[in-house]
Design a protein around this ligand. Structure first.
Ligand SMILES: [Ca+2]
Length: 497
């Protein structure tokens, strides 16, 4: 077995890197437009460690040998985009995977790159052109464009060039795979640079990043209107239990997961405190009013248009994100640094009826709301989007609304190129009581490479590394429906309807 494995490895190595291939160190001489290559270095298997990391186990100890390239890209005079490209020294799967970032980005996600590398991918990541979170850089038009969409596009072009130089051939397929702000980056790619990727996984995309920031501040204003309006975190479990009481069984399985929150009517009034009491298991009248308001969208009062969809029934355990003691930091940074150049802004004074504020919330550089996927579809691109119904950071309605808007704009045949999978009981990029463990990239590979469209995707709920419940995820608007008999913890007893 060992000998056969060695021979296969040798053949792979030979077929992966042709006579045209450059050595890793030679990549430093690659000519890339508007770019300076700052590092081209062979890294031995297991030798890579995180910068600044100390103590504890090295999370990269299992990485195979790879060629590590770093570069700085300057598509505009103010740009300062850092990228890294990692190229497997052997066992390359012939493909490229771009990875994305979370929140306001500002660092290269080496963990996501490592995941791609372990699967044999050549991979790239970027800091999107600035360091750290939201800040004064947001007032710089070019830096905002870099963050909004240009950095990922430029990274992709540079990475494909380096892949081609190193292996002597273009990647057979290119994928983008990320969640949160990275999901937003994926949608931006499909909308603006349809030739960059053959397939895109856009998880929990912050596609309405600015509207979401407005909604988070709106929630903070509700719960901090006065002391009585605030809902202490100790009460979230009681609200969640009451929501489950009202909605959990509607899907035929009582499992603390609400399969379709939209099918459910829940009024937090059901746990109103009686006779002037105030305990962690009930809500005072003002707290009932706050809780009701959190389930309502933020509307433009003049046009009645939805600025952002609300937190969904089932998300209550995560309400400290928007409804905690302090406003959601990412949302506040949007108003401090991007919408207004005022780090001292008092969030309580932000008036969502003020046309000047509303105008700032519309931001096509950052948001990814364009429903025109025609070019991406025409070139054969495939897009898998997913979102946890109980996401407390990016209310999941932005994904269902966007999907519905795309179908409206492009017709229902768009499902041959674009599918949305809503994940019941999943929080932000994972976690929760639902089946939050799944492999969207494999589903995408099969769709792109074998034309096998994902009619359902296997998923599991995992406890201590062990799956204790399997389910299927279904293309929206279908939902995983219990067949009515058999083990409800087995995916085999569910179908998409
Ligand atoms: Ca249920």
């Amino acid at each position: 077995m060992k000998r056969a494995g060695l021979i296969i490895m040798a053949v792979t190595l030979m077929s992966a890197r042709t006579a045209m291939a450059a050595s890793c160190e030679d990549l430093a001489k690659t000519s890339l437009p508007n770019a300076t290559i700052t590092l081209a270095q062979s890294v031995a298997a297991g030798a890579f460690t995180a910068q600044g990391g100390r103590g504890g186990a090295n999370p990269f100890a299992d990485l195979p040998a790879f060629c590590r390239v770093a570069a700085t890209l300057k598509p505009s005079a103010d740009s300062d985009i850092k990228i890294e490209v990692w190229l497997p020294a052997s066992g390359w799967n012939g493909k490229f995977q771009g990875v994305g970032n979370g929140v306001w980005n500002g660092n290269i996600d080496q963990n996501a790159m490592a995941t791609a590398l372990r699967r044999g991918y050549a991979t790239a990541g970027t800091d999107t052109g600035h360091e750290g979170g939201g800040g004064p850089w947001m007032q710089n038009k070019d830096k905002l464009i870099d963050y909004g969409y240009r950095s990922v596009h430029e990274m992709t072009a540079a990475a494909k060039s380096l892949v081609t130089s190193y292996y002597g051939s273009m990647p057979k397929f290119a994928y983008f795979n990320a969640c949160s702000s990275g999901g937003r980056q994926g949608l931006k790619e499909a909308q603006m640079f349809p030739d960059d990727y053959d397939g895109i996984v856009a998880g929990l995309p912050a596609l309405n990043a600015t509207g979401r920031s407005a909604y988070a501040i709106h929630v903070a204003q509700i719960v901090h209107k006065d002391d009585a309006s605030f809902i202490p975190q100790a009460k979230f479990a009681a609200i969640h239990d009451a929501a489950l009481q009202a909605c959990d069984a509607l899907d035929g399985v009582t499992d603390r997961v609400i399969t379709n929150p939209r099918a459910c009517k829940f009024d937090p009034q059901v746990i109103a405190c009686k006779g002037g009491e105030d305990t962690s298991s009930c809500l005072t009248p003002t707290q009932v009013a706050s809780a009701r308001a959190l389930y309502q969208p933020l509307l433009n009062r003049t046009t009645k248009q939805v600025i952002n969809t609300p937190l969904e029934v089932g998300s209550e355990l995560g309400w400290n994100v928007f409804g905690g003691a302090q406003p959601f930091a990412t949302a506040l940074q949007f108003f401090q640094f991007m919408a207004f150049n005022n780090p001292q802004i008092d969030y309580k004074t932000i008036d969502f009826n003020d046309p000047a504020v509303l105008a700032k919330i519309e931001n096509d550089v950052v948001n990814a709301k364009s429903t025109d996927l025609k070019k991406f579809v025409a070139r054969g691109g495939k897009l898998i989007q997913y979102h946890g119904w109980t996401d407390p950071q990016i209310p999941s309605g932005s994904s269902t609304s966007y999907y519905e808007d795309v179908v409206k704009a492009m017709g229902s045949n768009v499902k041959d190129s674009y599918r949305l999978f809503m994940v019941p009981g999943m929080n932000h990029c994972g976690g929760g009581d639902g089946p939050a463990s799944f492999d969207m990239l494999t589903a995408l590979e099969q769709w792109v490479e074998q034309k096998k469209a994902p009619d359902s995707i296997p998923a599991a709920h995992v406890t201590n590394g062990q799956p204790d419940r399997t389910r299927i995820l279904c293309p929206y608007p279908q939902v995983a429906t219990y067949k009515g008999s058999g083990d409800p913890n087995s995916a085999a007893n569910f179908s998409c309807k």
